[in-house]
Structure formats: C-alpha cells, structure tokens
Design a protein around this ligand. Structure first.
Ligand SMILES: [Zn+2]
Length: 343
C-alpha cells in the first residue's frame, strides 16, 4: 500500500497481478537457495530486463473468460482464439499472459477438474536411455532417432545470426534481423516441443511405468554446441512430459553404461564405442540398449523386483517383459482391457 502512494502508476495495474510479481520473486529466491543447498554454483538473483519481462499473472480475480474473449481488469476485453475447450462448471484459478519473443500473445488458463487417480499397478515397464546419437533407446530395443530436421532447422538460425552480426548495431535492419531470429527460434522450439509430445505420448500409451536416468541437467545446458544444447534442454522437458502422462521414475545414472546388463560385470568403454561387448558372458548389444536395460533393472529394483545376474542373456528382455505385476486391482484390469480395445 505504501509503495502505491509513492508510485502512483501502480494504481493502473490490477492488485492481484502486482501481488503475483512478489510471489514470483519469492519463488525464484527460494529456488535459488535450494540450488545452492544442492551444491550448485549460483550467482545472485538478477533483475529481469525490461524487454525480457514478458509474463504476468492474474490470480483468483480480475479476469473473465467468455466465448472468444478474455477480460482482464485494468486492461479490458481482448479477443481470444481458444485452442482447447474449458470444461463446464470448472472454476478458473488463474490466467497467465505471455508475450512470445516473436511478438505473439498467449494466455494460459488454469482451472481445477476432478481426476480419478488409478491405483498403483503395473504390467508393462520400460527403461529409457536418453542420448546424443539417438534421442531415446529403450530396454525393448526400440530406437527413437533425433528429429532429423534438427540440423536442417539450425541452418537458417545460423544464417540469420551471421546477418545480425554484420549489421550496424542500433540500425533498423539489425532490428528486423533480430526479429526474424526470434521467429525462427520460436519455430524450432515449437517443433521440438511437438516432437517431445509425440514421443512421450507414445510411451505413455504403451507402458505403465517408465524408468529414466536422473540427468545432471544443469551441467548439460552449459555446453556451447547449439544442436547439443537444444536437445539437452529437450531431455528435461521430455521427462517432465512423461511424468504427467504416465508414472515415471528416475534412477541414478551411475554405472548404467559400464555394467553388462546380462552378467553385471563391468565393461569399460569410451564414448566412441557404440557397441557393448561383454567378454564374460558374450553379450553383444548396442551401447544404449544395454544402458536402457540397466535402467529398467534399477527401476524394478525400487519395487523390490531384483533380477539376478548370470542368466541366459538372450532371454533377458523377454523375461523382463513377462514380469508379473505387483498388484492389480479389478479396476485397473478393466482399464487395461478398455485400453486394448481402443488401440
Ligand atoms: Zn556380460
């Protein structure tokens, strides 16, 4: 309130929206502290630059969503192109408005719905190894290559970057080029998101539980190669997507590449070696496939299902597939049946 007396322009903004800014700063501060606690090296919290500040949130009040319009207090009625129907009788909790870098405006509307959470049970589980060469390799031997167009998509981005660097700072032509850069960047981001959605949905439909490696996300984003860094940030988004579509559990990444998935002996190999060859048991597998099976084994171990070493290796994936579920309630049996009927 006192701040408002001193800064009268604040009256021009919805009070809840201003409150949310404070909440956001508080959240960022807490997140930073948590990172520090976990041993990460972080600098102080930075002020967002004017041009980089592109999101605001209306929480609880000050908004109304109608047929093709969005009303925001102190701003007014805005035409809205709705991508999804809001279910009836649901109470809208919050509206977040974002301006994308290419200048498009988006409103993200949050509301509560009743969901029935199925009982914990699983029949089909899989381990996924996420890598650089292939996007994903799973313990059933299924490979999802990196989106082929990634390199292709990066070409125009590099071209426009060169253009920007050649143009006079502050000139209109440079501004134009910058705008194009943002548009292309956003297009790549959208395509990547689309790809990640498709892959994660596929896995969610096929399996009940998915195990993935815990990635050292912060270290990965740091590298400078563009293609790498774009996919790197994709991995984190991918696990998040999986997590809200299907039960996803992270296991430690320790030794998943080193260990032989057949006999558990250590088979050291450099990054360049793509095939896992075990002298102990004779197992020959793609390096990432071997890792994926190890991830699955680690995950099942969390549920008390331990697969001992030294069994016939060519049978291993088959055995994993036929694992009996821990507990299946009648309801999930029905769900399982209907899911098959649909598919
Ligand atoms: Zn072996």
């Amino acid at each position: 309130m006192e701040l408002k007396e001193e800064e009268p322009w604040l009256y021009e903004h919805h009070s809840k929206m201003l409150q949310m800014v404070a909440v956001q700063v508080d959240g960022a501060q807490k997140g930073l502290l948590q990172l520090r606690k976990n041993g990460h090296n972080t600098g102080p919290l930075k002020f967002a630059k004017f041009l980089e500040y592109n999101t605001f949130t209306y929480n609880q009040s000050g908004f109304q969503v109608g047929n093709g319009f969005l009303y925001l207090s102190k701003i007014g009625k805005i035409k809205l192109k709705q991508h999804r129907q809001i279910s009836e009788n649901s109470e809208i909790k919050q509206v977040t408005v974002t301006k994308s870098k290419s200048g498009k405006w988006y409103a993200c509307i949050t509301y509560e719905i009743d969901v029935v959470i199925p009982t914990l049970s699983f029949q089909k589980s899989v381990g996924i190894d996420i890598g650089v060469k292939n996007f994903a390799y799973d313990s059933d031997g299924f490979v999802t290559p990196n989106p082929l167009n990634l390199q292709k998509m990066l070409k125009p981005l590099r071209r426009i970057q060169r253009k920007i660097s050649r143009r006079q700072p502050g000139s209109n032509n440079r501004k134009k080029a910058l705008k194009w850069y943002q548009i292309i960047h956003e297009r790549i981001k959208n395509r990547r998101k689309d790809f990640l959605h498709k892959v994660s949905t596929q896995y969610a439909r096929k399996y009940d539980v998915i195990f993935v490696e815990r990635l050292a996300k912060l270290n990965m984003v740091k590298n400078h190669r563009m293609a790498r860094s774009i996919m790197d940030s994709g991995w984190g988004i991918f696990t998040n997507m999986l997590d809200y579509k299907v039960m996803t559990m992270e296991v430690s990444a320790k030794n998943t590449t080193l260990k032989c998935s057949g006999c558990c002996s250590a088979v050291p190999k450099s990054l360049a070696v793509r095939t896992h060859r075990c002298d102990e048991c004779g197992l020959i597998l793609d390096r990432d496939h071997n890792a994926a099976i190890n991830i699955l084994k680690k995950g099942l171990d969390l549920f008390g299902i331990t697969l001992d070493c030294g069994r016939q290796n060519d049978q291993l994936p088959q055995e994993l597939r036929e694992l009996t579920p821990v507990e299946i309630s009648k309801r999930s049996r029905k769900q399982e049946a209907s899911r098959f009927a649909e598919g």
